[in-house]
Design a protein around this ligand. Structure first.
Ligand SMILES: [Zn+2]
Length: 194
């Protein structure tokens, strides 16, 4: 189901989410004075930080572009965000690097970082997310090309312990000129890995 069109759940849905968390704890036979407020806290955390991306539209985050004279690469490094693995409902940490080649216009850098964050705050696999961010950025920035690299660490691997504990997973997506021009692709990849 595409939930992009639903900005915020109804109050009745929030209550239902809280009941589900309470039910989960009850079924696991974990209930004590420390967990009485847990369902409320868990749902608040999820709505505000894990799945708030479903209600955030790219055109609201970057509503307009401003002219730029920049003719060469713009590279943003170390955009630190997190996403949620849809298989295990566990967070993964992302250190995102974004490069683009403007075509006479650009957006504020914090808006670009916010766009990356909004796309990540959904239940989405890394390989789908990196492709999605590259596609959305190319479209919103109206630029000649976008390159995205996500360096990640996944809760569902880390918490299972050795030998996965320190594993990092790297994913790259190239769009526009970077997808077609090998020399440009090599150049932009260098900036993403420095
Ligand atoms: Zn997982």
């Amino acid at each position: 189901m595409n939930r992009d069109k639903f900005p915020a759940p109804r109050l009745s849905d929030v209550a239902r989410m809280e009941r589900a968390v309470a039910e989960f704890l009850e079924a696991a036979q974990i209930q004590n004075e420390r967990t009485s407020e847990t369902p409320r806290r868990v749902v608040k955390m999820w709505l505000e930080h894990f799945i708030d991306g479903y209600g955030r539209k790219p055109e609201d985050i970057i509503p307009r572009l401003s002219p730029t004279k920049a003719k060469d690469l713009i590279v943003m490094s170390d955009i630190e965000v997190h996403s949620i693995c849809p298989h295990h409902l566990l967070p993964y940490e992302i250190n995102a690097h974004v490069a683009f080649l403007p075509d006479g216009q650009t957006a504020g850098f914090s808006r670009i970082a916010e766009l990356v964050e909004s796309r990540a705050h959904r239940l989405i696999l890394l390989e789908d997310l990196v492709a999605d961010v590259a596609d959305v950025l190319l479209e919103r920035l109206g630029c000649k090309g976008v390159a995205v690299r996500f360096d990640t660490r996944h809760g569902c691997m880390v918490f299972q312990g050795s030998p996965r504990k320190r594993t990092r997973v790297d994913a790259v997506a190239l769009r526009g000129v970077f997808a077609h021009d090998k020399a440009l692709a090599a150049r932009v990849q260098k900036t993403l890995y420095r």
